[in-house]
Design a protein around this ligand. Sequence first.
Ligand code: PMP
Length: 405
Amino acid sequence: MDPTDRFSNRSQGLRASEIRALFAVAARPGVVSLAGGMPAADALPSQVLARILGEVAAEPGALQYATGQGAPGLREMICTVMAEEGISADADDVVVTTGAQQALDLVTAVLADPGDVVLAESPAYVGALATFSAHGVHVRHVPDDGAGLSGPAVAEAVDRARRDGRRVAFLYTVPNFANPSGVTLDAARRAEVLATCDRIGLQIVEDNPYGLLRLEGEPLPALRAAHSGVVYLGSFSKILAPGLRVGWALAPAEVTAKLVLAAEAAMLCHSGLAQIAVARYLANEPWIDHVKALRELYWERRQTMLGALSTLMPRGTRWRVPEGGFFLWLALPDGVGAKAMLPRAIQEGVAYVPGTGFFADGSGDDHLRVSYSYPEPAAITIGVRRLARVVKEAAEPERNRRTPS
Ligand code: PMP
């Protein structure tokens, strides 16, 4: 067989993620990784989950095939979790997925055709870009005016795509503490974007894995709380444990029906064991208290990182304070490229993600993403010190050559 015939056209869209490639390097001993967005080791309630998983495994049904839509008891509990975000939902409209990542994959399969356009923030979650690319969908980034999406910018992007003869499948957005920008859409912008999408007939897909991890300020209701037509994605990865791989989609009934069929075609069903364990955890453990403890833990780590950045970063490096979530998005001094600087940073013992991973067209080299979620506070300070040294060196190569130390 001609090797060029072997692969589907769609497989051209499968690309290695910059972050996955970085994981191996970042895991080297001595490297402080500010790259990945993993929960803190202390954030995983491993003892409690070990007990629950053991108990559940011994019960009838947990090790059998489950349903494509997900365990009814878990879907009920997911509705109570979403109530914390102001959402009132029916368990019949929830589909359990293998993390929010699979929810994104199924939603894309059900709503978008190859060649369609999906609108996304600037910058956008790298895993979503990978999914869209794998489905042959074109991403167009909606320009950010400093406060995230705006109604006029969304309308303009839709107009332009339609003028180009493209179908616009949906707007993908992470309104709370976005990955990687940390931006939160304020209440006025939420209302404006919802009204615009309603007016122009654009589906919204709201991805909200960090919503409950607000570290300061008043919680804002999810977009889905104000409009039942929004497709909403949630996850237990950040508030419980990513290794359980339990997430969900909440969608209008006709979309839910398609998502269930797509889930069954992809995998028959999700792990019954993981689903029942999560449902048991939510029903019997003080999960809200756990989330409160997580907010304290991440608040301390964010403060440590902000303090270190303010003291150590060279002039010209800029960032905004995220009100929650895991990430800080650094604008680099003029002329410094995040990608070219990375090998030097690894050499110095610190890893980050270059901004290029978060734009479909590979722009964004003037930014990088750092995460404070995983390293201990002491390691955060060491990591930022190393990063500051590397940025300084890249920003002032002449001066560094003249004054070696
Ligand atoms: N959406 C966003 C914005 C994320 O940051 C992540 C994880 N990094 C996901 C979705 C996927 O999460 P999971 O599949 O673990 O639920």
